[in-house]
Design a protein around this ligand. Sequence first.
Ligand code: IPM
Ligand code: MN
Length: 356
Amino acid sequence: MSTNKNLRVAVIGGDGTGPEVAAEGVKVLEAIAQLENIEYETADFDYGGNRYLATGEILPEGAVDQLATFDAILLGAVGHPDVAPGILEKGLLLELRFRFDQYINLRPVKLYRGVETPLAGKRPEDIDFVVVRENTEDMYAGMGGFLKKDTPDETAIQTAIYTRKGCERCIRWAFDYTRKRNKKKQLTLVAKTNVLTYGHDLWWRTFQEVAKEYPDITPDYNHVDACCMWMVKNPEYYDVIVTTNMFGDIITDLAGILQGGMGVAAGGNINPEPGGTSMFEPMGGSAPKYTGKNVINPIATISAVAMLLEQAGYEKAAGRVIDAIQTVTGTKMKSQAAGKMGYSTTEVGDLVCEAL
Ligand code: IPM
Ligand code: MN
């Protein structure tokens, strides 16, 4: 499937409101590509709950190989009310993260202009940090089992896996990112070394060693519980956070609400190696109750498109998209909540295109 297009994006709309927000992301991609002379193409893939219910398969044979031919994947949402929890999450989202070895989950936490935060007295300049979440190990690795299942003596174990290679590549990437971001030049490791004295000791020792290679970056440490407190009290303290997969999952929902909620928060699942396939997504779910109503907020997905552009090397285009988003959040939208934006999903997409 070779073409002469510079940027080829696979679009997986997925479940619920996923296809609606993905469509707005593609709309903005089209507009910015025209303005910046980016030759691009997209291809749609119908993976998700409906296909699974119809065919019994989540990712058909050859799907990963086919997706691997693209420069990036844009994912709408995963989660279907008629499919048991965990099936699509594991079979689609986690499967793609693992199969493409997308070992960085990059989650910028930025309060856009005009967006309301639940934190009293905090302004956009106070909420501007980035979480680098390890994305392939920890309790997400799926190691575990049951003993004496369905008996009164039942036991379940779920093992957290941490490897030297896994934490080192993530930590090193986070140091490089902190340097490139060039703000406070501070990287905070968030872990729980006082209790997880094996796994997080490995993270701690690796962090100390890698830090020596970055004398221009201030290495910093927070226990995860304290981090939750500080994030609410003094979000301006943070520049870049690097953390394990499970803690990263949890603290980025907290961080997400600080930046205005799931309608705004976006993330990138990145394989930074040459030729790696990365996947960009809004952090919110499939919102079944809003499906098909044209009321869901597409800003997070449009931010995900900006991240995709940046990762693909189109930094100027990415910056223009973020600026256009801020024009729309700052001067047009009434709220970031679904149904309360003052505009429909498609209108918000149009407004961002106009603001480019
Ligand atoms: C996220 C989500 C996923 C995760 C779920 C849907 C498997 O919560 O991207 O943060 O836990 O990583
Ligand atoms: Mn999550």
